[in-house]
Design a protein around this ligand. Structure first.
Ligand code: BG6
Length: 477
């Protein structure tokens, strides 16, 4: 049994381009799906507008202006001792319209500089290709991933990035939280994942399965090309992991939870095994969903399986069966219930550190691949005291409890874990609500939901705490 985490363990932090870069229309960048989403709130969904409109508040346009401040921000990450830094490449900085013939050189250069800055401090860049940042023109012109052509646009983008950064980036992921679109009754996840805006009366579920299929093919083709460009690449998928527990030990609740887990995580089956699970083929047949899946697609899925599973973990869910429920059918946006054993954040996210150990073991049992926790964190309101200090003990408590369970999974259970990158290592725009005041960072950014503030950075109490965690390789929590 290992005594502690490996010396090679990748401690770091995670962000996504659209949530911190800003500079939404600078140096040739095109409008992305994130640029047409307004600010929302805990009970107020973000509005998706038809293009950028005057008088609306689009928080991602400026975000925290990382585009112009990345050098000093990375210096702070280095001061915390980061071994890696996860971010994404804003697709519309490279292909402003998505279907452009040539990439935007200024956009490519920006990421060269950003990765060089990381490497200067021996910080390994961990890169997501598509993190809720599809060029909006692909939505308008092609319907996003409703359209098979979008596979080619994504693969071209991936190939350009793989070639350009092959000597700077080793760890890649294709689509961020690809499985969130299983939640197809909300508008947010299908739009940000696949660029889909539903029309009234459409069969959302069937459309989701089709779009997800095109994305899975796009991912598999990119994985294959990436490995040809550089056989040392480690290319993973990225799954949003919220374990779904049965509400009770009633056998029907157990079966319901099993069905829900299968529905939410079949994406990982395809990424890892290279084919669809039988239950899903039967489900489509029962529903009479005639999906566009060709023999060549199936061959591509087989040929482009991933090297590791990256996943986010914030919370767990629970589910109960309903009477007379045919085949335990699952609709994520309607079926989940509150777990009475868990507390929740101010945004209703149920806090469950042990669920992380469960998730790590579940993935290992299912897929036998290395894992990477590429997001975990506590969104909370922070208070700046008169002396400027920010005492975020609640964030330290959350992270401490999760890291402690993570260590048990690695040390006691033998899970193969590459690293840990807490989400939003610097305050940034919330993806779900568009708020600045839902903060995750070790570094505070002076900006509020209305967009006011100096953008000045300051260290929170958790900054020093995380620095010590990294310095002791997780021994001192
Ligand atoms: C994940 C996303 O869903 O959770 C991130 O990959 C997101 O982009 C994070 O920011 C936290 O969610 P939120 O809604 O609090 O920003």
């Amino acid at each position: 049994m290992a005594k502690g985490l490996s010396e090679k363990f990748l401690w770091g932090g995670a962000v996504a381009a659209h949530q911190l870069e800003g500079a939404w229309n600078v140096d040739g960048k095109g409008v992305s799906v994130a640029d047409v989403m307004t600010v929302g709130g805990v009970d107020r969904p973000r509005e998706i507008t038809k293009g950028v409109m005057a008088q609306k508040n689009y928080p991602n346009h400026e975000a925290i202006d990382f585009y112009h401040r990345y050098q000093s921000d990375i210096a702070l990450f280095a001061e915390m001792g980061f071994k890696c830094f996860r971010t994404s490449i804003a697709w519309s900085r490279i292909f402003p319209n998505g279907d452009d013939l040539e990439p935007n050189e200024v956009g490519l250069k920006f990421y060269d500089d950003l990765f060089d800055e990381c490497l200067k401090y021996n910080i390994e860049p961990i890169i997501t290709l598509s993190h809720f940042e599809m060029p909006f023109a692909l939505v308008e012109k092609y319907g996003g991933f409703r359209n098979r052509q979008t596979i080619d646009f994504f693969v071209k983008f991936a190939e350009v990035c793989f070639k350009r950064y092959q000597n700077k980036v080793k760890y890649w992921m294709t689509f961020n939280e690809i499985n969130n679109q299983a939640n197809y009754n909300e508008d947010f996840a299908p739009f940000t994942n696949s660029g889909i805006i539903y029309e009234t009366g459409e069969n959302r579920e069937a459309i989701m399965y089709q779009a997800a299929h095109y994305e899975l093919v796009a991912s598999a083709r990119a994985v294959k090309i990436g490995h040809q460009i550089n056989p040392d690449f480690e290319i993973g998928c990225m799954i949003a992991m919220c374990p779904i527990y049965p509400a009770t030990c009633h056998p029907k609740d157990i079966l319901m939870a099993q069905r829900a887990m299968a529905s939410r995580y079949y994406f990982a089956d395809v990424h890892v095994h290279g084919h669809y699970p039988t239950w899903l083929l039967n489900y489509w047949a029962r529903k009479d969903y005639q999906l566009d899946i060709t023999e060549q697609d199936l061959a591509e899925l087989e040929a482009g399986t991933v090297d590791y599973i990256g996943f986010s973990y914030y919370m767990s869910f629970a589910i109960a069966h309903q009477e007379n429920q045919a085949n335990f059918e699952y609709d994520e946006s309607r079926a989940l219930i509150r777990n009475e054993f868990l507390e929740a954040s101010d945004w209703g996210w149920q806090i469950d550190p042990e669920g992380l150990r469960y998730a790590l073991n579940w993935f290992t049992d299912m897929y036998h691949l290395p894992l990477f926790i590429v997001e975990n964190g506590f969104g909370a309101y922070d208070t700046v005291e008169k002396d400027g200090s920010i005492n975020d003990d609640y964030r330290i408590d959350y992270l401490k409890a999760h890291i402690s369970e993570m260590k048990k999974a690695v040390i006691e259970d033998g899970v193969d874990l590459i690293g840990y990158t807490p989400w939003g290592c610097i305050d940034l725009v919330s993806a779900g609500t568009g708020e600045m005041d839902k903060r995750y960072g070790f570094i505070y950014v002076d900006k509020n939901n209305a967009g006011e503030g100096t953008l000045e950075r300051s260290k929170k109490k958790s900054f020093d705490w995380y620095q010590a965690v990294i310095a002791t390789n997780g021994e001192q929590l």
